[in-house]
Design a protein around this ligand. Sequence first.
Ligand SMILES: NC(=O)c1ccc[n+]([C@@H]2O[C@H](COP(=O)([O-])OP(=O)(O)OC[C@H]3O[C@@H](n4cnc5c(N)ncnc54)[C@H](OP(=O)(O)O)[C@@H]3O)[C@@H](O)[C@H]2O)c1
Length: 322
Amino acid sequence: MKAVVFDKVGGPEVLKIAEVAKPEVKPGTVLIKVRAAGINFADTLFRNGQYVMQPQLPDTPGLEAAGEIDAVGAGVTNLKVGQRVAALGSKMYAEFAIAPAVQVIPIPDSLSFENAAAVPVQVLTAWHLLHTAHHTAPGQTVLVHSAAGGVGIVAVQIAKAAGARVIGTVSSDSKAALAEEYGADDVINYATKDFAVEANRITGGRGVDLILDAVGATTLDKGISCLAPFGHLISYGRAGGPPEPLNLLRLFEKSTKVSGFTLYTVAAVPDVMRRGIEESFKLIAASKIRLLVGKSFPLAQAAEAHKFIESRQSTGKLVLIP
Ligand SMILES: NC(=O)c1ccc[n+]([C@@H]2O[C@H](COP(=O)([O-])OP(=O)(O)OC[C@H]3O[C@@H](n4cnc5c(N)ncnc54)[C@H](OP(=O)(O)O)[C@@H]3O)[C@@H](O)[C@H]2O)c1
């Protein structure tokens, strides 16, 4: 089968299409015929050796995909061959990929494979940030950084569905228009304006109750200065580089808190994972989450797709089509 392979860490150019052995299904897993593999910013960190998990070279990126079950491993009783699914896994930039059965999500016929490829990482991350790591409720103000990106554009919609007022930040005016189209009440172009000053102004000086921050270096410390009393900043990524170490005294000023989040914690707690899947699909079915595939690339163009997501020009979900 064909897969995207890299044999050294580095820039997007290390990603090549190659012929590799089709993986064999193991007990407790399923083999998926991949119809659309999701691209995540994390894949770029994995490729250049800066992710929480190091590649085992030669390796294949890819944390999520949608497709049809091709084979079911021993002990898997709730899934069957031919079923349409999305899944969290590894090595998913390929024609076939393995996923643990507990991380496989059956999808309705109404959901395209391209849209479904956004569910396992981006939709579930957004949902759990807002409803597991925080309890988003009507009356709260939520600030979503990179609000036109993959996680961001979904987070805007889930926060709105929870009754919150949403402020998005983005790095261009075209992204600002998109974030507004997807429901943000206010959008700040943080390439041209100080987002903390703007967020304080928009909230009449009170600040925001929740900040979803996966940018890091340029946003974390500044974010603390626009939190409301008892406000909460969740750090869940570092697309803009790792932030400076946190000075805890900064949190005393307004009794605020900073927490971390990774979807891996959720994936390790089946009940929490299941709740996020059920609630996310309810929101998708009710059209409260509109999935946006910003661009599709053929599998052989994984390097171009990585260049695109790193360029800050991408919006919504990027997918690879085998
Ligand atoms: N903790 C978890 O479990 C988890 C799960 C999923 C994703 N994440 C994190 O969430 C973030 C978003 O992921 P995604 O896959 O949906 O990607 P994405 O938001 O579609 O793309 C990354 C975005 O980061 C922003 N950005 C800010 N500074 C940047 C820089 N120096 N270089 C490149 N981009 C920069 C850009 O938006 P603007 O130009 O508008 O700022 C860019 O579009 C990533 O940091 C990712 O690692 C974490």
